[in-house]
Write a protein that binds this ligand. Sequence first.
Ligand code: THG
Length: 270
Amino acid sequence: MLIIGESINTSCLRRGEKAVEQAVITRDVEMIAELAWKQFTAGAGYIDINAGTLTSGEPEALAWLTKVVQQAVPAPICFDSPNPRALAAALQVYQRKNGRPMINSISAECARFDGIFPLVRAHQAKVIALAIDDTGIQADLTCRFMAARVLLDRLLSAGVPMDDIYLDPLTFPLGATDKAALSLLTLIDRIHAEFPGIHTIVGFSNISHGLPSRKVLNQALVVLALGHGVDAGIIDATDSQLMDLIAATEALLGRDPACRGFLARTRATP
Ligand code: THG
């Protein structure tokens, strides 16, 4: 599973009230570099950066984060913003030595597609595609599936390679709808059945918003989604129990030749 580390997000409260936001506002290089390093050494293949709470200074903040993260770790960056100006500012300072950038995210909303698609093309970025159109995020699965289909058609016919697209079916919090996880799993199945070759990705921590014991809910959902063939996850890579579960589940599903990944992990953490 491709792991996108979620922790460098200004809405993240994990390290105390608004600690990440504060670190970005004060340009605290040390704290951001440490967050990047912890996620990288824990196994993150991409480091997500999101400065979405800083509405006016977002472009400058995202560009600063890019410089700090690419200096701190040899992993590529996942640029997490709906704002084309912020994405453009960050991509402009991104050095590709750590790998191709990933843009998080485009959608079938017309303004968002038109604002972000030129950046995907100009930077030859991998792209996360949200199953949402101008009618908003739909609870109805067929509507969400239709939004995904329209977006995929647009990306593929514009020449984006299938292997560069990560389709995100999106999930509601379980606290808001009992069937949130079941709907997500059904959508993952439908996407893999109807669009073979397309990657799927989920922001797993969304499921537990507003509920206690968030970690264990996130862990359970990741295991379930792996059973449905999900390819990638935006997760807390520093949750070592979650990373153990991913390694074990991938081995059990035959996605880890000769259990190499699992064995390497168990040797590292006896
Ligand atoms: N899809 C895509 N991108 C996304 C999301 C998605 N980007 C943002 C978000 N959803 C994924 N990132 C986060 C980051 C932090 C949290 C949730 C989602 C979060 N953190 C807790 C906190 O700050 O209190 C701590 C969680 C924990 O400890 O487990 O909630 O869906 N494409």
